[in-house]
Design a protein around this ligand. Sequence first.
Ligand code: PLP
Length: 452
Amino acid sequence: MANDMLTNAQMRDIEALLHPYTNAATHRQVGAHLIERGHGCHVWDDSGKRYIEGMAGLWCASLGFGDEELIEAAREQLGKLPYYHLFGGRTHEPAIELAEKIKELYPQPMARVFYCSSGSEANDTQVKLIWYMMNALGKPQKKKIISRRKAYHGVTLVAASMTGLPLNHGSFDLPFDFVKHTTTPHYWREARDGETEEQFSARLAADLDTLIEAEGPDTVAAFISEPVMGAGGVIVPPKGYFEAIAPVLRKHDVLWIDDEVICGFGRTGNWFGAETLNMQPTSASMAKQLTGSYVPLSAVAINQQMADVIEAESARHPALGHGFTYGGHPLGCAVGVKAIEIYQKRDILRHVRQIAPVFQARLRQYADHPLVGEARGVGLMGALELSPDRKSAATFKAPGKVGARLMSELLKHGVILRAIGDSLAFCPPMIITEDGVEEIFAPMEAALDATY
Ligand code: PLP
């Protein structure tokens, strides 16, 4: 039975929607939180209450809400060409221009860009293109994908299989058995007593090597990694991690997919997380900040070798049998071009690099609170992981409850953050100012005390 304190909109919502990542029974009791409008780093709900958006929505509204230039770019494109596709060799100027910009900005040389609409579609596309390539190379057995526990790569069947979180697997009969998961680069939680960050990184690279050897190197096609694990709890890899991973992948001729869906376009202070974390990928997925999320769009960038194999393989097929109706939607591409132009002309990356130390220092002020196990982050993303015992990195008996309580406590103070289990994640719009950072953290001590 629904709660009779609910508003009419909440009642209609309950009867009309199935919400993602929401407990349906609890939702019926508490009702939806109706967000009406947004401006800058703030949103307002239907009661008129204002909130600072400490998560940029879902790690994505990089330029905040109501950016007139993005809105105008969308309006202009809607008037000119509101829809077209890229099937059968058709194209449009915004798709070309955006792909050129992606190639120019990505730190490794990339040859071609394939468009989709979401991060999940981009990651599914990665796997399909790699399989297509392996078949073309006469290596049909080289198909396994290695991901990591706590990784987040999306929710479509392949992407969810690569995601390394139990919630996404349990009742969905996943992961597919071609996906294998290796260890999580979380030093505070996973390192052994006395192990340095470098030793921990070397051990994790050895774990990967052992897994590839056990599976058979000629069966392993690719390794997928986010530069910083986002939805797994903002886990920043320890020193030397990707530097230790790279030679293992090279040794076994394993491709490297870089999932930049959160980190791409400035979040870590460089254009891509691959640069900040020193990765050497062969292909990359991007979405979210690609358009500031005003329009859904994602992209897969592939290197020259992949592009060459796919082109050569076209001798055997009438066409590449893959593509989405909305992939490379002109609205998304036009807004993507404008978002990149804004990042450049407003020097948003320099702003991120200037504000990040203030944000990271403020986050770490809570590292000693009795409820906090670890304060961590890089650039403009971070987390406070809650723990009943910091020293042993213990977890709570009922995982997720304390994190959820802290999140609701902060909501009362007008701060929207996201609890991932018992880690409180932060990922504000990249345009946030020092005052905005202060607004996020001002109620933190009181909220932690109230939760403790
Ligand atoms: N990859 C990463 C790193 C993500 O964080 C996400 C979403 O948060 C995805 C992929 C999936 O993107 P989408 O929700 O657009 O399918």
